[in-house]
Write a protein that binds this ligand. Structure first.
Ligand SMILES: *Cc1c(COP(=O)(O)O)cnc(C)c1O
Length: 257
């Protein structure tokens, strides 16, 4: 017979082990960030999509406050159950009909995936009842891949100007991109072209408007390079929390045939 005391103890051991794991990964990532930025400011967003609430709680206990989520339903549930001083970043595809629900999450800190004037407008309207302005990043499709969301670089300035001048419930924070993995035209000696493009757009906007934008770029595989090129916001998931189930596996999970 296993007593409930023993079950409890085993569970506690598991939690302690996981906490140690996350602690090591988190401090390693922070050390790697600091090595590059050398006292300058950069925000670490721990991407917790598809990871259990218990993992987020452990990272929270270790002092982490910025977390990123891709799926609205999951974000809504997690934000309800977890401490209200967590600063949530929505980094998933933004659907027009979901802006209202997203704006309803009280401790939503930023939406990083605005990708059109239409969605900026919808998000702005949806924020009417929020006390503070909602921070937003404009997502740019820097790699030109069809599959990637984000606005075309050529349309970027127009939308930035639009948000700055017309969306009084939004605070224009910066630009965001997802770097293409293993780009043909990128190699060790050449700076990542996605990050360079984002950096150049930032410079352009600064020249036109005198406004200094943030750069949200860099994930587990490329955050060090992103920081070297001026990232102020890195979004790191699997390096902290371990690998996630693939899209394929998720689909099988959701629709058992
Ligand atoms: C999943 C995701 C991340 C984190 O990716 P990792 O490779 O696990 O670090 C960052 N940004 C966006 C937009 C994502 O969807």
């Amino acid at each position: 017979m296993i007593s409930s005391g023993e079950v409890k103890e085993e569970k506690q051991n598991e939690i302690d082990k996981r906490k140690k794991e996350i602690e090591e990964k988190l401090s390693d990532v922070k050390r790697r960030i600091e090595t590059i930025i050398q006292g300058k400011q950069a925000r670490l967003v721990a991407v917790s999509k598809l990871k259990p609430i218990s993992d987020i709680r452990l990272a929270y206990e270790l002092g982490q406050r910025h977390f990123g989520e891709n799926y609205l339903q999951e974000l809504a549930e997690k934000s309800e159950k977890l401490p209200s001083d967590i600063q949530w970043h929505f980094i998933g595809t933004l659907q027009s009909n979901k802006c209202k629900m997203l704006a309803g999450i009280p401790n939503l800190w930023a939406v990083e995936t605005i990708d059109s004037i239409k969605k900026a407008d919808l998000m702005n309207k949806a924020c009417a009842s929020r006390d503070d302005k909602l921070k937003v990043f404009l997502q740019v499709n820097t790699s030109g891949e069809e599959s990637k969301s984000g606005i075309e670089p050529g349309e970027c300035l127009e939308v930035l100007n639009y948000i700055q001048d017309n969306c009084n419930k939004l605070e224009l924070m910066g630009l965001m991109t997802i770097g293409a993995p293993n780009r043909d035209d990128s190699n060790e000696s050449q700076p990542n072209p996605d990050f360079m493009l984002l950096k150049n757009l930032k410079e352009e906007f600064k020249n036109v408007r005198g406004i200094e934008l943030e750069l949200s770029m860099g994930m587990s595989d490329d955050f060090e390079e992103a920081l070297k090129l001026g990232a102020t916001n890195v979004r790191i998931g699997s390096t902290i929390f371990g690998s996630r189930p693939s899209k394929q596996e998720l689909k099988q999970d959701k629709c058992p045939s």
